[in-house]
Design a protein around this ligand. Structure first.
Ligand code: ARG
Length: 399
């Protein structure tokens, strides 16, 4: 009986090459699974492509709702930006895709699990760890195992009549509802500006001359309405992506530390994510105490680090989730963002749980804050610092 391998299939260069490798080099029957996480691809076309490559069976799974509710929403609650910049679009989708592959792997009684990740990226970490957490079957990753580079892959694709679209020839793209990652080609020179045509979600030219405002309403840390309209989760994210992208907001260009230690130049289009996280974190500052704010930013950083590093299922991440969930109880309210020619800033926020008190904060005559109380407070607050400084000065004059 032939060996049976299962593969998460995007229809792109890597996964197409892997189908052929599994068939030819590993003598396997191949089952492909395309998980829709909002990448916007035509599922019918991908299925046709898989069939043309000779797979024995292809599955299409619409996981968009699950992606938003179980992955994107928790990341908003965690204000998750890896290294303060990257919204984790790809990182969040991988464990979900791998889980779906596992479900079908069990049903189809496959003998191997395969993926199209290279040995240089983070995706191998995310796939391997999720697959390993749910199965002991061998994991085959031909791009990694055979040390394939893109030039070799393109030549292999050509030889096997695999069609590759022109964008894929210039860049390596991964996209879903939460963002679009663009890597490779000219972007590998970290000093050269990304060409305008690398971007499709965010407008870089002919931007509107008037500012765009966007009002986001949160309930317990989750965005529920935009511009006064209640929207279901997928629609809400699509709406913010479009509106912010049209205002030129959402491009990130930074140097990223990968799990395997490589530094890479990463370019993203993540308009919705940036707006929603900025609005959410601003609202938290209004409803949380200074102690909660300070501590939560440490938790948030760690959460983003674990999600990035493929440790989505780690017990520590679950513990952080529990803390974050409790912290979201008062995170309800509305935040107003102003978008203008690529810039984005919060210009207003309100909440029924607001800890902002006008009568305490005002410099006007209606203030109820007795300034005289501050004198003693400041003295005690700084007592150790001032003592230490005095001592240092005394010691250094002696030396
Ligand atoms: N650097 C990002 C991450 O590790 C994006 C990776 C994009 N992946 C890809 N296969 N092109 O999450």
């Amino acid at each position: 009986m032939a060996e049976k391998g299962i593969l998460a299939f995007s229809g792109g260069l890597d996964t197409s090459v892997v189908v052929k490798y599994l068939q030819e080099e590993y003598n396997m029957d191949v089952i492909t699974v395309t998980v829709d996480v909002g990448q916007g691809d035509d599922q019918k076309k991908i299925e046709a492509k898989a069939k043309k490559l000779g797979v024995i069976k292809h599955y299409n799974i619409d996981a968009r709702k699950e992606f938003v509710e179980k992955f994107i929403f928790p990341s908003i609650k965690a204000n998750a930006l890896y290294q303060k910049k990257y919204c984790l679009a790809t990182a969040l989708a991988r464990p979900l895709i791998a889980e779906k592959v596992l479900e079908i792997a069990k049903k189809e009684k496959v003998t191997s699990l395969a993926h199209g990740c290279s040995g240089k990226g983070n995706d191998q970490v995310r796939f391997d760890i999720t697959l390993r957490s749910g199965s002991d079957l061998p994991i085959i990753a031909p791009i990694r195992d055979k040390n394939l580079d893109r030039v070799t892959e393109l030549a292999f694709a050509k030889k096997h009549g695999i069609e590759i679209d022109s964008v894929a020839k210039r860049f390596s793209i991964d996209q879903n509802l939460w963002g679009r990652a663009i890597e490779g080609g000219v972007l590998e020179d970290p000093y050269s500006e990304p060409p305008d045509d690398a971007f499709i979600w965010v407008k870089t030219k002919n931007l509107p001359d008037k500012p765009t405002y966007i009002e986001i309403k949160f309930e317990k840390g989750i965005p529920v309405a935009v511009d006064g309209k209640s929207l279901e989760p997928i629609k809400l994210i699509e709406y913010v992506n479009k509106k912010a992208g049209d205002a030129g907001v959402g491009i990130i260009d930074h140097i990223e530390d990968r799990v395997v230690g490589i530094k890479s130049r990463e370019v993203y289009e993540t308009p919705g994510a940036l707006c929603l996280i900025e609005a959410h974190s601003d609202l938290e500052k209004m409803v949380h105490t200074k102690h909660e704010n300070k501590f939560k930013s440490i938790i948030d950083d760690e959460w983003a680090y674990l999600a990035y590093s493929g440790l989505w299922q780690d017990p520590l991440k679950q513990d952080l989730d529990a803390f974050i969930e409790t912290s979201q109880k008062p995170v309800s309210g509305t935040v107003k963002l102003k978008l203008f020619k690529g810039s984005m800033r919060v210009v207003g926020r309100k909440s029924e749980y607001s800890l902002y008190s006008h009568k305490i904060a005002t410099y006007g005559s209606e203030s109820t804050f007795d300034q005289k109380m501050a004198k003693g407070f400041v003295e005690l607050w700084g007592i150790q610092s001032t003592e230490a400084n005095k001592l240092q000065k005394k010691r250094s004059t002696k030396i």
